[in-house]
Design a protein around this ligand. Structure first.
Ligand SMILES: *Cc1c(COP(=O)(O)O)cnc(C)c1O
Length: 401
């Protein structure tokens, strides 16, 4: 047997130390386990609870057509795809999804990635490199931040949703002679539910010869005509160079994508390592995604219910005296202050059979801890009244209202 000489320091001790530190600051994740599908009500930690923290906005994860598409695709194409997309992992189902998506988004072409995270991490670093500049909204999603970190481009931020500040950054950039400038922003910001001024951003980008990239993960299926997303919301179709999104939220399945010009897609599929080197989705997944798009287009009632619920619930929270921040979408934060208060409130809500998670530092500022709620088209008004009663009770008990 090999002899290992002893070393003074345990190279693994940091694992426990870091974890203990997170626990002591109330910043660790405590995972709750679902014993049913992710719907307006669910069974979580052994208890039936009203779901307020799912991204399944339109409840499509439970839609019969979306489920049936997966079952049929498994029968035809098998359980796995067997390869990466460029080798032997592009099945008819993948191509059909990309054609359907491009048509839905009104773009020349689209490209499916395994996840939204993989799209951002794989494509952003290929769109700007040495001698280029990436300009980000300061509150962009972590997957954008990681994508930017993988690039050799210079990087800078503009103030959150502040087109004037973006103009200032672009004016400064003119003096530096960058080859390319890429402006990246979330469409809907996932922690606050506010919307990027995409119209003004697109206009500034055109004036300065910059390229635009909007991550519409929380806008697709939610904003605009038939959920076509932020470009439809602002009537700026065709004015955003890269429309990136995900099937894991309103579409109720999983998978990232980009939509834009044919040139963009040809470039992206040849350059994104997360696309080239990671297995493609099983056909069941992409078939479900395609069915989801069809449902969103042809059954407008889901989107209508989502927005009715959103207006009703937001108004109810505000009437109770809660601070719901700057939200303009079905993502409604209930800002409570300290992370320990948010934690406590989430636990108390769960005692009342309401499942809503705290969002704490580092995802939001230390003093802006919150319960983040997300509406679902499958909630009834009685469900929302039930939730509002629980918020009133726990909010009063904790002195939040
Ligand atoms: C959820 C989210 C992603 C990641 O999408 P996945 O498909 O779940 O990987 C990327 N960007 C934003 C803004 C998101 O909210």
């Amino acid at each position: 047997m090999a002899q290992f000489s002893s070393v003074k320091r345990d190279p693994r001790s940091f694992l426990r130390e870091e974890y203990d530190k997170l626990v002591s600051q109330d910043l660790d994740w405590r995972i709750r386990i679902l014993a049913s599908s992710n719907g307006p009500w669910t069974v979580v930690s052994g208890k039936k609870a009203l779901m307020l923290c799912s991204n399944n906005y339109l409840n499509l994860t439970n839609h019969p057509k979306v489920k049936k598409a997966a079952l049929e695709a498994i029968e035809k194409f098998g359980a796995g795809s067997g390869s990466v997309r460029p080798i032997a992992g592009t099945m008819q189902a993948h191509v059909e999804l990309e054609e359907a998506l491009a048509k839905y988004k009104g773009t020349e072409a689209s490209l499916a990635y395994s996840t939204g995270f993989a799209a951002n991490a794989g494509l952003i670093p290929q769109l700007a490199g040495e001698g280029d500049l990436i300009i980000s909204d300061e509150l962009n999603h972590g997957s954008i931040i990681d994508g930017v970190r993988l690039s050799r481009a210079e990087r800078t931020v503009f103030k959150h949703r502040d087109a004037e500040d973006l103009g200032r950054v672009l004016n400064d950039a003119e003096k530096k002679n960058y080859k390319h400038i890429l402006i990246v922003t979330d469409g809907v910001f996932s922690m606050d539910g506010d919307i990027a001024p995409a119209d003004e951003i697109a206009k500034l980008a055109a004036q300065h010869g910059a390229m635009t990239y909007i991550d519409d993960a929380h806008g697709d299926g939610v904003l605009g005509d038939a959920g076509r997303g932020i470009t439809s919301h602002f009537h700026i179709e065709g004015k955003v160079d890269v429309e990136m999104g995900t099937f894991s939220k309103a579409f109720g399945v999983v998978g990232g994508y980009i939509a834009g010009s044919r040139d963009l897609v040809n470039y992206a599929l040849n350059k994104s390592r997360t696309w080239l080197l990671s297995a493609s989705h099983p056909a069941s997944v992409v078939a479900s995604c395609k069915a989801s798009i069809e449902v969103v287009e042809h059954e407008p009632e889901h989107l209508k219910r989502l927005w009715e619920n959103t207006r009703y619930f937001k108004a109810g929270l505000r009437k109770l005296g809660f601070d719901t921040g700057a939200s303009e979408t079905p993502i409604t934060p209930v800002i409570v202050g300290q992370s320990s208060t948010a934690r406590k409130m989430s636990d108390m809500l769960f005692d009342e059979n309401v499942f809503a998670l705290p969002i704490v530092f580092p995802m939001v500022a230390r003093d802006k801890a919150r319960i983040r709620t997300i509406m679902n088209a499958g909630h009834s008004q009685a469900d929302l009244d039930f939730a509002l009663q629980a918020f009133e009770k726990t909010g009063k008990a904790l002195g939040v209202i």
